[in-house]
Design a protein around this ligand. Structure first.
Ligand code: SF4
Length: 438
């Protein structure tokens, strides 16, 4: 199979991996080397259903000795198989980079022979890129569960971000659908990555302070940092019966204990006939979308999972976003006065984001804020007005201040497949690397 045919097959097989977004790492270009990376994000595009696709997003191989029930590349499927050679993929990446098609590489893989054999091939590819070709662009590599710790350590020194997929939200579901993976084989590499990142950061901090007693541990100058863009993971939603309550609590704990940069959710997409899987083709994109909103609230708005969801009502509402839902269930906390409320309280108002709350805190030092000023500051006034007063006057006049009336005002049903930035541009299913988005 020639390289173009391999690319078509392996890029298409990689579209189920959603765990790729911005790089989160700043690195300048350098004389004699090629490429740079910016924290603002590497070049990425979005699929029809809102998923982020980073170019070049590809599998190293779709040959796999594992048999995960939901996966198109599982060993029990009769599908065309192929693998890149390490240098072939490194060359392809460089060719794309030089032509400005891509700004980084997202590399996942099936399990070729064994986790270690696969990881050795991936490491060789990344080594060629980094050491022979001087590639300084962003690289996100997947770690295969079961990879030995020394290979994982080597991978972390070549990739910017590493991710180990959580796959499913509970050990029972993992045992049911991924017979070759165990919770330990997933959590152990996560722990190792977390510790590698922390140790690397500590060592470098001590070096910066010129701590002489660290001299024997001092990395040679220009040695790469260990996974400087951190680690992320991904869970499939809707293939197994776990609730949003379980999923959000698990992701909250992953942020806290594994210091994840991101936890990605992937609505289950039916590609195999298998009695262990849900019947029918319904893709729970609305659920995935609400989970991302809740995840955002936990990461940037200081919400705790317990504030967003409880065991008594274990699924997020689909007709109203989680922040608005929290607000209408805590009306005793509202309305708040925008000219005096603390930043943390402003963050809790539907329609006021992190940027808006910061802008309000800055602007109100100079003037008392009203509707016109809030609109100028970028606040979604139409939503926020039900929860605020400006100079003592309630802004939500015309609507009763009770749960039902506010719910009716704030409900925003998601149209499956067309939410977010692609609203109105509905394409069938997921895009492949070769589809247009226009
Ligand atoms: S390890 Fe599982 S999910 Fe990954 S390619 Fe193989 S069968 Fe698919």
């Amino acid at each position: 199979m020639d390289t173009t045919a391999k690319l078509a097959l392996l890029a298409d097989a990689a579209k189920y991996d959603v765990a790729c977004t911005s790089s989160g790492i700043d690195r300048d270009a350098r004389m004699g080397a090629l490429g740079n990376a910016t924290a603002a994000g590497i070049c990425h595009s979005f699929s029809a259903d809102g998923r982020c696709i980073t170019l070049l997003k590809v599998l190293f191989t779709n040959v796999c000795v594992f048999d995960c029930a939901y996966c198109a590349s599982r060993c029990s499927n009769d599908v065309p198989r192929t693998s890149f050679r390490p240098r072939e993929l490194a060359d392809l990446t460089m060719e794309f980079y030089r032509r400005n098609y891509i700004e980084g590489l997202f590399l996942s893989s099936g399990v070729l022979k064994s986790p270690d054999y696969t990881t050795e091939r991936i490491i060789e590819c990344l080594r060629i890129l980094r050491e022979e070709y001087g590639f300084r662009g962003y690289i996100h590599a997947k770690a295969v569960p079961g990879t030995s710790s020394d290979l994982l350590a080597a991978l972390g020194l070549l990739a910017d971000r590493i991710s180990v997929n959580m796959e499913l939200p509970s050990s029972e579901s993992l045992a049911l659908l991924c017979p070759n993976k165990t919770r330990d084989s997933i959590v152990a590499p996560m722990r190792q990555i977390r510790e590698g990142i922390a140790e690397d950061r500590d060592t470098r901090a001590l070096m910066r302070r010129d701590a002489c007693y660290m001299a024997q541990r001092r990395p040679a100058r220009k040695t790469r940092a260990f996974a400087p863009a951190g680690q992320s993971t991904q869970m499939i939603i809707g293939a197994t019966p776990e609730t949003d309550f379980q999923i959000l609590n698990l992701s909250s704990s992953l942020y806290k204990t594994m210091h994840m940069k991101r936890v990605f959710f992937s609505a289950y997409l039916s590609v195999n006939e298998d009695g262990r899987l849900p019947q029918g083709n319904a893709v729970q994109l609305d659920r995935e979308h609400r989970l991302y909103q809740a995840d955002w609230l936990m990461r940037f708005y200081k919400f705790d999972a317990a504030e967003l969801i409880d065991e008594g009502q274990p699924f997020l509402a689909t007709d109203i976003d989680p922040k608005a839902n929290w607000a209408i269930n805590h009306l005793d906390r509202f309305p708040i006065e925008v000219n005096t409320a603390p930043y943390e309280e402003l963050l809790r108002v539907p329609g006021i984001g992190v940027r808006g709350a910061k802008a309000i805190v800055g602007a109100r030092r100079a003037t008392a804020l009203g509707e016109a000023e809030l609109r100028k500051l970028g606040v979604a006034y139409k939503r926020a007005r039900f929860f605020i007063t400006c100079r003592g006057r309630y802004q939500g006049h015309g609507t009763r201040f009770d749960k039902e009336s506010l719910h009716a005002q704030l409900a925003a049903p998601i149209q499956a497949g067309s939410h977010g930035r692609r609203s109105g541009k509905v394409l069938a299913g997921q895009m492949s690397l070769f589809d247009g988005i226009g």
